[in-house]
Design a binder for this molecule. Structure first.
Ligand SMILES: [Zn+2]
Ligand SMILES: [Zn+2]
Length: 188
C-alpha cells in the first residue's frame, strides 16, 4: 500500500522515478510477501518467514539523488550456525541512506548507486534497497541461543539435548573450535 500521490504502477515494481517525487517526499510500504520471498529464493537464502516482512520507507528527493529512510520489521527462522536447529530472528531495524544519482557531481568511487537512468529518467530501485537493508539486519552468525553447544562432529548428536561419548577421553582443541565450545578442562 502506497500512500499519497504515487501512480499505481510504482507499487508493483517499486521502481520510483525520482524526478516525479513531490518535493516533500513520498512514503512507501513494501509488505508484498511475494516480493520478499522471491528475493529470498533468488539469493538461495536458507530462511523461512514466520512473521510478515515489511518496510515502511520515506523517499525525499534532493538535487543529487534522494534520501531514503525507513523501518524494517518481521520475523524469520534460519538454521543455527552451530547445531542447525531453527534460530528465530526478530527484525526491527531503522535505516537511512543517501542514494546519489549516477550523474551526481560527488559520486563516490566504487559504490553502486540504486538509482539507474532509464530513457534519461532517474529511477530509484526501492526493492533493492530494502533487500540490502534486510540482509544487513541479519546476524552474521545466527544462533538458536547464545550458549548453543552445537553438534558433535563425530556422531552429530545435538549437544544441547544430549551428551555423547566421542571425545570424552582426549579432548581435541580443533574439535572444540569447530563446536564453538570454550576450552575449559576443569568442567570436564
Ligand atoms: Zn544451536
Ligand atoms: Zn559424538
Amino acid at each position: 500500500m502506497v500512500c499519497c500521490v504515487n501512480p499505481e504502477k510504482w507499487k508493483k515494481s517499486m521502481l520510483i522515478p525520482v524526478n516525479e517525487l513531490p518535493p516533500g517526499g513520498a512514503q512507501f510500504i513494501l509488505d508484498d510477501q511475494a516480493l520478499w520471498l522471491s528475493s529470498i529464493d533468488d539469493f538461495g537464502m536458507n530462511c523461512a518467514v514466520t512473521s510478515p516482512l515489511a518496510a515502511g520507507v520515506t523517499v525525499i528527493p534532493a538535487k543529487t539523488g534522494c534520501l531514503v529512510h525507513g523501518r524494517l520489521t518481521g520475523k524469520i527462522v534460519m538454521p543455527c550456525n552451530r547445531c542447525a536447529e531453527d534460530s528465530s530472528i526478530s527484525i526491527a531495524s531503522y535505516f537511512e541512506e543517501f542514494e546519489l544519482s549516477p550523474d551526481g557531481d560527488s559520486a563516490r568511487d566504487g559504490e553502486e548507486s540504486r538509482i539507474i537512468t532509464q530513457n534519461g529518467i532517474p529511477i530509484l530501485d526501492l526493492a533493492a534497497i530494502c533487500w540490502e537493508e534486510f540482509v544487513l539486519s541479519l546476524p552474521a552468525v545466527p544462533l538458536c541461543s547464545p550458549d548453543c553447544k552445537g553438534g558433535c562432529p563425530g556422531c552429530r548428536t545435538n549437544l544441547n539435548n544430549a551428551a555423547c561419548v566421542c571425545m570424552r577421553d582426549e579432548p581435541d582443541s580443533r574439535f572444540a573450535v569447530l563446536l564453538g565450545l570454550k576450552l575449559d578442562r576443569k568442567s570436564r
